[in-house]
Design a protein around this ligand. Structure first.
Ligand SMILES: [Zn+2]
Length: 139
């Protein structure tokens, strides 16, 4: 039976690329490690030479997603905390939990936000092409 879905990566499905991205691997070839530490995404994949930063300012989308997730969870925590504890709302503890969440979550989510942004771009916006994998293109 012929596939009904057309892969957009180099022969990889969106699901495969997503699973690799969630495990902090190259979405295209699955190679690791592609991070140097928690924050440092390498410029290129050690397996397929894919350039992770595809254009100037590429990671702005990942930063926006990271902040949006933190703010959404803060909103859920804050409103949920009020609704659950009303009328004796523990404002101090709720505020402290919010501060901890707003500081900790963007740090914890940072690499995943980059990988999800990269996957989204590869899967739906700009599929990988030969220029992305060019060994001579050292930015
Ligand atoms: Zn790769």
């Amino acid at each position: 039976m012929p596939p009904t879905w057309q892969p957009r990566g180099v022969g990889e499905t969106r699901g495969t690329m997503l699973r690799r991205a969630l495990r902090r691997r190259c979405p295209i070839c699955g190679a690791k490690p592609i991070f140097d530490g928690w924050f440092g995404l390498r410029n290129r994949c050690p397996g397929c030479n894919f350039s992770f930063e595809r254009e100037e300012g590429y990671w702005v989308g990942a930063m926006i997603a990271n902040i949006a997730v933190a703010e959404a969870l803060f909103g859920l925590l804050f409103v949920g905390g009020i609704l659950v504890t009303y009328p004796d709302v523990p404002w101090t503890r709720l505020g402290a939990a919010g501060v901890i969440l707003m500081i900790g979550l963007p740090i914890a989510f940072y690499p995943l936000s980059k990988m999800l942004w990269l996957w989204l771009d590869l899967a739906y916006i700009h599929p990988v092409d030969a220029d992305d994998l060019s060994a001579n293109d050292r930015r």
